[in-house]
Design a protein around this ligand. Sequence first.
Ligand code: SF4
Ligand code: SF4
Length: 356
Amino acid sequence: MMLWLVFTTGACNLRCSYCGGSFNPKVVPWRINYNPVKLKELIEKDNNATVIFYGGEPLLNPRFIMWMMDNVKASRWGIQTNGTLTELLPNEYWRRMSVVLLSIDGRREVTDAHRGFGAYDRVIKALMRLKSIGVNRLIARMAVTRLTDIYIDVTHLLNIGFNLVHWQLDVIWDGKWDVLTWAKSNYLPGVRKLVELFLSNLREGRVIGIVPILGVLTAYLHKPYRGPPCGAGYRSIAISTDGRILSCPIAVHENWAVLGNVNVGFNLIDIESQLPEMCKTCEYRQYCGGRCLYAIKEGEEYWGLDGVLTVDYVTKETIRTILEIGPEVKELVNKGVVKLSDLYYDPILDSTEVIP
Ligand code: SF4
Ligand code: SF4
């Protein structure tokens, strides 16, 4: 049972500030340049495959998406898209998507500041359209920056109709900024308010779709993470348009990430052996799994040791805040207010990372 993140293109129609847009076509070609039958054969060896289309902007290559969905046997289909080109895929394919992740950062002004004027309105239009044609698992995928107010932006996205909200901090993969001051004054207090909101709903028997909270509670109530919850290289792989199979879809330039290719197959990694000492001995390891393989490998190069330790402080505070409600959550389960199974979240099925 694996997550297959399938690049359909290296091109993107937007240039968001934290990303920069299309890949160099020499690194991630803008068209598939391997035989897709080879990928079909690999995926079909997995009897419980989740296939998520990825890019670039995956909807720039709708023909490949349709070919895959028409010809490959998989348990679940999904897509991570910026939501601007949804009309390029016919409704019958959308209806077969088990999960759709739309990139949106929160309120209009926050989203448009990074993704470009009009981005917010286009995503909301896509959200409404996909709901109306019967897609019933829609996840908001936020990039969180200093403009974000995590409480206001997450609740905004839940209120406008997303089933789940997940976020990633704009750290390590972008220019360095003062995360610590912002986290202490705004972000961490906002996370605490979200956790309180989650708990007050749970007392009424409602589970609200805040992915980091559900993901950490799953490790607390069900089973620990062996490695980064995204599954990097041990439960999930990414297939680049050139046929390389990677442990992480962000690591398109890095040799350590190459696990094989579609023609010869691939080997998964022994994730425990990849964790640094700091994670192996960490009291939060079972909830965090080391957070992010890419940051483990490249974090110091980009943000230096102090930057890595700052992100880690934020991670630990976030996990601690969520775990504080753990005992009461257990009690609510024991009293039958909420079912234990409603508090099970597997990030592999949704292609989320759990730890922001
Ligand atoms: S909290 Fe930090 S040290 Fe602990 S497992 Fe996660 S990344 Fe590693
Ligand atoms: S969390 Fe890190 S290792 Fe996992 S997919 Fe994202 S960048 Fe890659």
